[in-house]
Design a protein around this ligand. Sequence first.
Ligand SMILES: [Zn+2]
Length: 128
Amino acid sequence: MVGEALGPIGPPFASEAVQQCTVRIANESAEHLNMTPLQDVRSALRCECGDPGCRACVDITHSEYEAVRAYGSHFVIKPDHENSENTAVLRENTRFAVIDVVAGDVRYHVRACNPRHSWIDVRDEGRE
Ligand SMILES: [Zn+2]
């Protein structure tokens, strides 16, 4: 069972958090391949809402994507794909929304699984 592998996190949000982290890793790879050094090109990346059945894509520029990835608990989703039980919408436009995972156990998990720098957010370093 998925929840058993996660330790402190349990149902009902376990599979959603695992899905969010899995899609984030896939998007990281896709974004790395799409990077063009001198252009802020728009990419179609997968929605990170955590619904295993979601196949939606979000249209996002490299700089917009990097702003999301600066925080280990932020995810980019298609507008209206948020789960209001464990996330808060930080901002949205017609192409995508940015959510923050706010529920305790789930937040802990998604930050621990951040492929860039676990536990250290830009705001924690005082750069913002
Ligand atoms: Zn979605």
